[in-house]
Design a protein around this ligand. Structure first.
Ligand SMILES: [Zn+2]
Length: 249
């Protein structure tokens, strides 16, 4: 069963990096594949997938203790003897991926923008405007306030997928900031319409999820979008990617 709205249904779905199991009260991400295909049809190993899961746990802990950015509550995370890792977080009622708001009108009966069963552009517009404002006013200032002299997070360096699009098995090492240069800023790494949850009725932002690629990076990595199209265009901008990759070595 495919989980189409992050919180709408219970069930499991397989992504290139992990298996996501949604229950009434929790989300469980497990790195289950010995090898898996990434966006560019290359293979990512279980080591990389495991690192991504553990990186998300470290990021959730940091964000929940040092900012007011709403994130899923971390329940547990660790590695199994077989090398796979898991990340268990609390499920928030009434949360929807920004990307699925348009599927139908979210207004109460009598106030609906469109007929039952139709897609609703107005709800989509309201939700994206709310998300844009929230990220600009609440999320980015706090992320930019978190600084480090070393790239990555806790010894791991998991750059955004759109930066490493053409890389073989990624294997980045922490880089120390040059003297006299401003420290690295904390970046979500995958901030777009599929990592922003809005309330299914108010359409206000509830949580920022999916912190697998979070960490400290040069400020040029602080990129985000509330539309999937804009975000996916990043994968195609080879010059931009090369420029950012050069900043990490
Ligand atoms: Zn509507």
């Amino acid at each position: 069963m495919v989980v189409s709205g992050y919180q709408e249904k219970e069930g499991s779905s397989l992504t290139p990096f992990y298996n996501l199991i949604t229950t009434k009260t929790t989300h469980l991400k497990q790195s289950v594949h010995p090898w898996s295909k990434t966006h560019n049809n290359k293979l990512a190993s279980r080591v990389y997938n495991t690192e991504r899961i553990l990186n998300a746990a470290t990021a959730l802990h940091l964000i929940s203790t040092r900012t007011t950015i709403p994130v899923p509550r971390l329940l547990s995370s660790d590695t199994n003897p077989d090398g796979n890792a898991w990340l268990e977080t609390e499920r928030t009622p009434n949360g929807l991926w920004l990307d699925v708001v348009r599927d139908r009108c979210r207004m109460p009966a009598g106030k609906q923008h469109v007929a039952e069963g139709s897609e609703c552009d107005e709800c989509d517009r309201i939700a994206r405007a709310n998300a844009r404002r929230f990220v600009t006013d609440e999320v980015l200032p706090q992320l930019n306030g978190l600084r480090s002299d070393v790239t990555g997070l806790g010894g791991r360096v998991i750059p955004p997928l759109w930066v490493t699009f053409h890389e073989e098995e990624p294997g980045w090492v922490p880089k120390r900031v040059e003297e006299g240069v401003e420290g690295y800023v904390f970046c979500h790494g995958n901030l777009h319409a599929h990592s922003i949850l809005v309330h299914a009725e108010t359409l206000h932002v509830l949580q920022i999820v999916d912190w697998e690629e979070a960490g400290y990076f040069p400020k040029e990595f602080q990129v985000w979008s509330v539309t999937r199209e804009e975000y996916e265009a990043l994968y195609e901008d080879e010059e931009h990617r090369k420029r950012l990759t050069a900043l990490m070595v």
